[in-house]
Design a protein. Structure first.
Length: 187
């Protein structure tokens, strides 16, 4: 019997999560985060792990693991359940390829679509994603990046609050990261 990839042991709660972990690691192999040091797969792994305490649903964790696969790789997630597809779709900026000459969906339009969906689980994944991106960006990227990233970070925090998660650990974390980023920009 073949042993699964070691990364699959990180989320051994279900076969769905194990499969999503394997696809995540395989899809992002050879990709690195901004700054070029960390393997990209560490990002969705951290996002998924941060969600386990507040939303342990395997479909949500699987979608967190796969949230950048459709947008940033050529790998398919077709063999995952419909709910995973729904969540990933809400988190994926749409490409302009459906119309000749069409531009890719902007970050603002993507957030508009997410907010309009009212899908609390997708908003939670986006919240965890933004916490990880902002934490990592503050450690390795400059104040220009922070300045450009803050408006959408505030919007994601507002979406979470509007959804009733003002006291959720991820919302509180994002608020603290935003405050720290604003402090760094000022100083």
């Amino acid at each position: 019997m073949n042993d699964p990839h070691p990364a699959a042991n990180v989320f051994c709660d279900s076969s769905l999560i194990a499969r999503a972990t394997l696809v995540c690691v395989e899809a992002h192999t050879g990709q690195y985060r901004k700054g070029g040091k960390d393997p990209y797969a560490l990002h969705p792994l951290r996002v998924a792990e941060s969600l386990r305490c507040c939303c342990p649903d395997p479909h949500v964790i699987a979608a967190a693991l796969l949230h950048d696969v459709r947008e940033d790789t050529e790998h398919s997630i077709d063999d995952f359940p419909p709910r995973v597809h729904e969540l990933v779709d809400l988190l994926t900026r749409r490409k302009g390829r459906n119309r000749v000459g069409a531009a890719d969906e902007t970050k603002t339009a993507s957030l508009d679509r997410l907010a309009a969906s009212g899908d609390g689980e997708a908003i939670l994944i986006k919240l965890a994603d933004r916490c990880d991106n902002l934490r990592e960006g503050m450690a390795s990227l400059g104040s220009d990046w922070l300045h450009s990233y803050l408006p959408t970070s505030r919007r994601i925090a507002a979406m979470a609050i509007d959804h009733g998660w003002g006291d959720n650990a991820l919302t509180v974390t994002l608020a603290a990261l935003i405050a720290e980023a604003e402090h760094r920009i000022r100083n």
